[in-house]
Ligand binder design. Structure first.
Ligand code: SF4
Length: 245
């Protein structure tokens, strides 16, 4: 029998739990997530293909899907258009969390073009810090990361404890491939970011998203020319300070 929230609160054997959950279909995993975490379960998405596949499954299981996005203030117009299309299709109102600083305030306090000079600081201000508000009061959050996206993500478990934010982190598509995701999108005629049709494979902020440098690496268009490969949401927590505090 799969564990309930009460059992999860006690000492969790994550290896055993993930072994139990790994054979489940996406629908069954999300059904377990909904039963286990109830109304304290939120999907946090930046409207990538995986997020849309997860939302499509959630919407078939419940009319009370909780979805939140972090609007960094630097999203593409095509991403805003997709966001609207998703709200229309699924009859959901996506909760918006924004950074403390507007782009203008950031420029004044932390300097111009922070994404070029200090991209880790920029991501911390515009993604990592706002994420705390996105998951406040929740018991678990759902993300769309997959193991085959990068070496950094290769060990992603279905369920983990998110030490940075203090709640469970669920990665229900961990074992899906890129082809699995796109096959599902096409088979069900789901909306997706039209930038994908122009060759973009991973889409984030306008300042840090380019066409992929390496066709085999779907994230190679992000922070191109830098060692940086993650915004920080999926990295272990570490002390981080900026001059904004
Ligand atoms: S992806 Fe780029 S612009 Fe967006 S928050 Fe990170 S550094 Fe800033």
């Amino acid at each position: 029998m799969l564990p309930t929230m009460r059992l999860l609160r006690s000492n969790v054997d994550y290896v055993a739990l993930n072994q139990q959950l790994e054979p489940l279909s996406l629908t069954d995993f999300l059904r377990w997530s909904l039963v286990t975490f109830g109304e304290r379960l939120v999907q946090v998405t930046s409207f990538g293909p995986t997020g849309i596949v997860i939302l499509d499954h959630l919407a078939r299981l419940t009319t009370n899907v909780q979805v939140t996005t972090i609007d960094t203030g630097y999203l593409f117009p095509e991403t805003y258009a997709l966001w609207e299309a998703i709200e229309r299709r699924y009859h959901v109102t996506i909760r918006i969390v924004q950074p403390e600083l507007t782009p203008l305030e950031q420029e004044r306090l932390l300097g111009p073009s922070l994404w070029e000079l200090e991209p880790d600081v920029c991501c911390h201000e515009r993604k990592v810090k706002p994420m705390a508000a996105a998951v406040a009061g929740q018991h678990a959050w759902i993300t769309g990361i997959r193991r085959d996206q990068s070496g950094m993500r290769a060990q992603t478990p279905l369920v983990a404890w998110d030490t940075r934010y203090g709640l469970f982190k669920l990665s229900p598509l961990a074992s899906w491939s890129k082809d699995d995701v796109w096959n599902y999108i096409r088979a069900h005629d789901l909306p997706y970011n039209e930038l994908h049709d122009r060759g973009f494979t991973s889409i984030g902020c306008t300042h840090c998203t380019r066409l992929p440098a390496n066709a085999a690496d779907e994230r190679s268009g992000r922070w191109q020319g830098r060692m940086k490969t993650e915004c920080g949401l999926h990295l272990p927590a570490r002390p981080f300070t900026t001059c904004a505090g």
